[in-house]
Design a protein around this ligand. Structure first.
Ligand SMILES: [Zn+2]
Length: 518
């Protein structure tokens, strides 16, 4: 009689259902109504819904939509309009790619190439090579890690970097034999070059279109929510405009960026938790150490050595964010970065002792066993990237590390540290079913198995991509499990949950609507 009623009321049944809710472990049916989960349970409950449309799983697996808890969507969205340098290996190829970029984006003040990778291509440009392009605009070659770059002489001028400019705290301005900057800018020295060269491309309307395009791409891989792990004010503005227009294809948790806080009065703006199911403010993103230069103090074959860049003022920045009611998330790759992070957490915990701080360590790539115990005692969450086994695993597997453990996912789990899974897109591949496979097999890019005892099961990774990531985002009341009242963001997988031959996404549903069907 009421056609609209039956249209919005659907029951998924006929295949395995991973609710990720321990109290609903043996579900046979999930009923959704008006974009929400209405009922979960055994087949008999269908008797209460005579008009329901049956969605036959036909043996496929139903689970909550994936939440990528560390994804730089606002940057990744721009990558299609920058020259892709990932395969560029010679100066001639670089020249051709950048000249083509200048032609393609005539109105952008900076000419930007992305995904430079000197390790796989051997390409090591300097400013003279970029100057020789003869362009009347500054040029930047951004590294795939988004932690260093090479800029042209005009670029250095516009950044006010000269022979006598000192290295910024937490950064390095590389110099040639003559003492003049070579063009290579590392870590904090790269930040301004990154921000200025991005600004050249981010007309708000065009940026919103690029955001939406990237989000639709993520839907094909079952991602229905991302935590944007370093969100400047301009990106926040674009997300808010999209939300106001009802134009967000997926949900976003915006993690305000530390640099934005230093430069702009962001700390006086909306705090963590503000927003709705489509768009919320997440924890403030801080940095303990470098990405290309993580701060480490390690023992290798009995020899102790320390290297990398640890950033100053971490605890101070954290305390001022926590004082205002923000939660915090800290990028810590190396074990020194992790040590400084845990010390800062211990300090910040006293600022508002009654708060649920839910401290996040982003990456936690290298840790000593004692640090993992300490992390557990602070109640900290590990926001980890199983896909890193592919490339980080490949670069560290041959080194005889004595004590510290790389990508210690098993150790973190055994210490009962809550784990959230993520990609770090665009700094690594993002497809959850693929990253989870590396986290479960521990297979690196070279084909070797790296520290098999640190593997988690494929299903554990799917839990970390759903319930685990929701908890890290303070979103467990609205998403992450198939429980009554939660948002009907769903994924249907075709194939066995076998990390050696991963399943594929058959359908993605957002707020009760089918948005992707293979
Ligand atoms: Zn990141």
């Amino acid at each position: 009689m009421d056609g609209r009623r039956t249209d919005r009321l659907r029951a998924f049944t006929g295949g395995p259902i991973l609710t990720m809710d321990p109290s609903l472990a043996r579900a046979e049916v999930v009923v959704i109504d008006e974009g929400r989960i209405a009922a979960v349970g055994e087949r008999e409950l269908l008797g209460a819904y005579p008009d329901v449309i049956i969605e036959d799983l036909a043996g496929r697996t139903l689970l909550p939509g994936f939440i990528d808890a560390h994804n730089h969507l606002s940057i990744a969205a721009l990558h299609p309009i920058w020259a892709d340098l990932s395969q560029v290996a010679t100066p001639d190829e670089l020249r051709a790619a950048l000249l083509e970029q200048a032609r393609r984006e005539p109105d952008a003040h900076w000419v930007r190439g992305a995904n430079w990778n000197e390790v796989t291509t051997g390409l090591l440009p300097d400013r003279h090579e970029l100057d020789a392009l003869g362009l009347d605009r500054p040029v930047i070659v951004a590294h795939w890690t988004l932690h260093q770059c090479v800029v042209s002489s005009q670029g250095l001028d516009e950044l006010h970097i000269g022979r006598h400019t000192p290295d910024p705290p937490g950064g390095v301005i590389a110099r040639g034999a003559d003492g003049a900057p070579s063009g290579l800018l590392i870590e904090r020295a790269w930040s301004a070059a990154h921000a200025q060269s991005m600004a050249a491309h981010r007309d708000p309307n065009r940026w919103a279109e690029l955001f939406a395009a990237r989000m639709r791409q993520l839907l094909r891989d079952g991602i229905t929510c991302v935590h944007d792990a370093a969100c400047g004010q301009a990106a926040e503005g674009v997300y808010r405009a999209m939300r106001a227009a009802g134009a967000l294809p997926i949900s976003v948790l915006m993690m305000p960026h530390a640099e934005a806080i230093l430069m702009e009065p962001r700390l006086d703006g909306p705090v963590t938790g503000d927003g709705d199911e489509w768009l919320r403010v997440g924890p403030v993103k801080l940095f303990a150490d470098g990405g290309i230069a993580p701060a480490m103090d390690v023992s290798i074959a009995g020899q102790r050595s320390a290297f990398g860049i640890a950033f100053p003022r971490l605890a101070e920045s954290m305390v001022s964010a926590v004082e205002r009611g923000f939660r915090v998330a800290v990028h810590a790759v190396g074990n020194v970065g992790l040590r400084n992070t845990l010390e800062a957490f211990a300090r910040a915990a006293h600022v508002r002792p009654d708060d649920d701080h839910r401290f996040r360590v982003e990456h936690a790539c290298l840790a000593a066993p004692a640090q993992i115990v300490e992390m557990a005692a602070l109640g900290a969450i590990g926001v980890v990237q199983p896909g890193f086994v592919h490339h980080i695993g490949q670069s560290v597997e041959a080194v005889p590390w004595d004590e510290e453990i790389w990508l210690p996912f098993g150790e973190l789990a055994r210490a009962r540290i809550p784990l959230a899974a993520s990609s770090d897109d665009p700094c690594a591949f993002y497809e959850p079913l693929r990253t989870a496979s590396h986290g479960a097999t521990r297979r690196t890019g070279s084909g070797n198995i790296f520290r098999a005892e640190q593997a988690l099961s494929y299903q554990d990774w799917l839990r970390a991509y759903t319930a685990g990531a929701a908890y890290a985002g303070g979103q467990e009341h609205e998403r992450g499990t198939l429980s009554p009242g939660k948002r009907a963001d769903l994924v249907i997988l075709d194939g066995q949950l076998d990390p050696h031959s991963p399943p594929r996404v058959a359908q993605t549903w957002v707020a009760g609507q089918l948005v992707y069907g293979a």
